[in-house]
Design a protein. Structure first.
Length: 216
């Protein structure tokens, strides 16, 4: 399996200008340039994708291995990997984020669609699935709040607002979703807003220590 290595000379004003076709890489992609790296199309590799800095693509980012960046990972489309997806910064997609491994970010994890992992999901910041389901086979942990427009499905426990910063308060402990389908709340305040098409009481429901309350 070959490896494509991109260096400073493959970029002009931080935008990729090299000759390699990155939409169908028969192997690995290593981006040796540090800092911001922008790609005008998508990136797809049959191996791993690794970056010394930020990866920002106008299309999808996908790998049959892992995706890892010492900066952030940003895509106008989906971000998907058959291994882990990990970043020292944020992970953000205007589509879905999916990993057959885990999803790990030292920043936040944000998707306009769904977020799904066959492993666990961990972020030091927020976790937000603005358009749909948040799902993990293992646990879900966020330093700040958790949001899913529709369902949260978790095979283990869910923690929100565990960041050590002094300003982290009640708002950052929210676990807000249409419905918690599975998973145990380890730490945080669950707010269920109801799913579209289901009968609603007209008020949000908060669960604290296993007891349901109506949000005023």
């Amino acid at each position: 399996m070959k490896t494509i290595k991109l260096t400073e000379k493959d970029f002009k004003n931080d935008i990729y200008c090299g000759k390699e076709d990155l939409t169908n890489i028969d192997g690995n992609l290593e981006i040796e340039k540090s800092g911001y790296c922008r790609f005008e199309g998508g990136i797809s590799a049959k191996g791993d994708i690794f970056a010394e800095g930020d990866i920002s693509a106008k299309g999808h980012i996908s790998a049959e291995g892992y995706i890892s960046a010492k900066g952030g990972i940003f895509a106008k489309g989906d971000i998907s990997a058959e291994g882990d997806i990990s970043a020292k910064g944020h992970i953000s997609a205007e589509g879905d984020i999916f990993a057959e491994g885990g999803i790990f970010a030292e920043g936040g994890i944000f998707a306009e669609g769904h977020i799904s992992a066959e492993g666990g999901i961990f972020a030091e910041g927020d976790i937000s699935a603005k358009g749909g389901i948040l799902k993990a086979i293992y646990g879900i942990t966020a330093g700040l709040k958790i949001f899913a427009k529709t369902k949260i499905e978790c095979g283990m426990r869910i923690f929100a607002g565990v960041a050590p910063w002094s300003w982290v308060g009640k708002e950052q402990r929210e676990i807000k979703c249409g419905k918690l389908v599975s998973g145990e709340i380890g730490f945080g305040d669950l707010i269920e807003t109801g799913l579209e098409g289901e009968e609603k009481s007209g008020e949000d429901i908060i669960i604290l220590n296993g007891i349901k309350y109506k949000k005023l």
